[in-house]
Design a binder for this molecule. Structure first.
Ligand SMILES: Cc1cc2nc3c(=O)[nH]c(=O)nc-3n(C[C@H](O)[C@H](O)[C@H](O)COP(=O)(O)OP(=O)(O)OC[C@H]3O[C@@H](n4cnc5c(N)ncnc54)[C@H](O)[C@@H]3O)c2cc1C
Length: 426
């Protein structure tokens, strides 16, 4: 196959890159499963935006503080500065962010010093992905292939010439001018995670194979409030941080507060793990939402309310057992401010990339924002260069029909904090 651009992944990173590419660029998008099976679809809390120019400094300060000052300040500043524009664009495309009297409503999550997160009930990711899919499907220059897996990148002399993919047991070589990796995170490597099981870090495994630079892989994020279910394996139900942002409180098994519930995730997760160590037969604490009425909870958090009810828990009267689980990978393929990797014509956006925005601990709701801003960036850079590039047919003919995951698994295990040992699935 010959395409100008191959985008691997149909989460917010991939979709937003695609819609920002010029319409004379022939694009192929592929996704392992169905187009909606991506972590972006699961996002609950919302998307961060600065409230105005005068909020930029405070946004940067909150992001750096949460990231333990390991962040790239230029990247943080870039996502902050470009936030309002991209939220406006999503609204224009039809994303139904909550509003009051025609103005956006803002919620709050841990680590933010003020309410600055826009949201769509408690299924913000679904609302965004649904609108972006509509836009992409309307564009005649973009083809989407579902159930199609990237198996290798065609790289020679530091240049990417395309990729190999598998569809219906057919191994296909795709010659391109540029490839965008938007393959998401690595939650599928863990037995207790909020991610889809298919998020196995395929882009990162190929990065290791081809000596593409990775950065900050030691920084893995646990989410402190994931519903504890003894029998459940694999993907767990996230209880969004916005529950605490709206007033929910963490208490231990004796009903006592043990931490300020709105501190950044790494601090809260560490405090929860410490509490849990005291009661190994009951490895959880409680999220207390009983201060709220059923009416409020079903309006503000309809999805989470329903999911809890399906598991026999009434949020207005039952304490919700929670424990930390793997949630997000701060590290990834190192990219510059234009989403470029160290390989010519290979870009990375979204969770697979490491822009440096998150430092060692991502501030809540900054991930979708990063995927939007750096997706737009990648597209702009490709738009400006594409006419200078020719497709090199048959330039690279050595590629594989499967990805060897072992080196990535060993690499991540080697980097991870020993507290994660129990969480690994492999
Ligand atoms: C439960 C949950 C709630 C969250 N809530 C929020 C929130 O409120 N706000 C926020 O900012 N962030 C949130 N996050 C994080 C955020 O959703 C993700 O980090 C972000 O959506 C990642 O987007 P992405 O486009 O990089 O990857 P994803 O949306 O995960 O998409 C990855 C894509 O890559 C494809 N893919 C992977 N490997 C291959 C392969 N080999 N071949 C072909 N395709 C492949 C997948 O099929 C998928 O289409 C949440 C995450 C989870 C799990």
């Amino acid at each position: 196959m010959n395409y100008d651009v191959l985008i691997v992944g149909t989460g917010v990173g991939g979709l937003y890159t695609a819609i920002n590419l010029n319409e004379n660029i022939k694009v192929l998008m592929i996704t392992k499963d169905s187009v909606r099976d991506c972590n972006s679809y699961l996002a609950q809390g919302g998307v961060t935006t600065i409230l105005g120019e005068d909020d930029l400094e405070s946004f940067i300060s909150d992001t750096l503080k949460a990231g333990n000052y390991k962040n790239n300040v230029k990247a943080v500043s870039k996502v902050g500065k470009n936030s309002i524009k991209n939220i406006k664009n999503l609204s224009r495309l039809g994303v139904p962010f909550e509003k009051k009297d025609g103005k956006l409503k803002y919620t709050r999550e841990g680590g933010h010093s003020k309410n600055r997160i826009v949201y769509c009930e408690d299924q913000t990711g679904k609302a965004i992905v649904e609108e972006l899919i509509k836009v992409v499907k309307d564009k005649s220059n973009i083809t989407i292939m579902e159930n199609t897996t990237l198996t290798d990148l065609l790289i020679e002399y530091n240049t990417c010439y395309g990729a190999s993919i598998i569809n219906n047991n057919r191994l296909i070589k795709v010659n391109t001018k540029a490839v965008v990796l938007a393959t998401g995170g690595i939650g599928g490597l863990f037995n207790s995670t909020t991610n889809f099981a298919s998020m196995t870090g395929d882009g990162l495994a190929l990065a290791i194979k081809h000596n593409i630079k990775l950065k900050d892989m030691e920084y893995l994020q646990l989410h402190p409030t994931v519903l504890y279910e003894k029998e459940n394996k694999g993907r767990r139900l996230l209880l969004s941080e916005s529950l605490r942002g709206e007033g929910g409180v963490l208490v231990n098994l004796n009903g006592e507060k043990f931490i300020d519930s709105l501190l950044p995730r790494d601090v809260v997760s560490a405090a929860v793990l410490k509490e849990i160590e005291k009661t190994p037969d009951k490895p959880y604490v409680y999220l207390d939402m009983t201060g709220f009425t059923k009416e409020y909870l079903t309006n503000r958090f309809p999805y989470i309310y329903e999911e809890c009810l399906n598991r026999g828990l009434k949020m207005e009267s039952d304490l919700l057992p929670v424990a930390p689980a793997h949630h997000y990978c701060m590290g990834g393929i190192e990219v510059d401010l234009y989403s470029r990797t160290n390989i010519e014509f290979l870009y990375a956006v979204g969770e697979v990339s490491c822009t440096g925005v998150h430092g060692s601990n991502r501030l809540a709701s900054n991930s979708l924002l990063e995927a939007l801003v750096f997706g737009e960036n990648a597209a702009e850079n490709i738009n400006s260069k594409i006419n200078e590039i020719t497709i090199n047919l048959d330039k690279v003919n050595s590629f594989s029909d499967s990805i060897n995951m072992k080196p990535l698994i060993n690499y991540v295990k080697g980097k991870a904090d020993h507290r994660y040992d129990k969480l690994f699935n492999c």
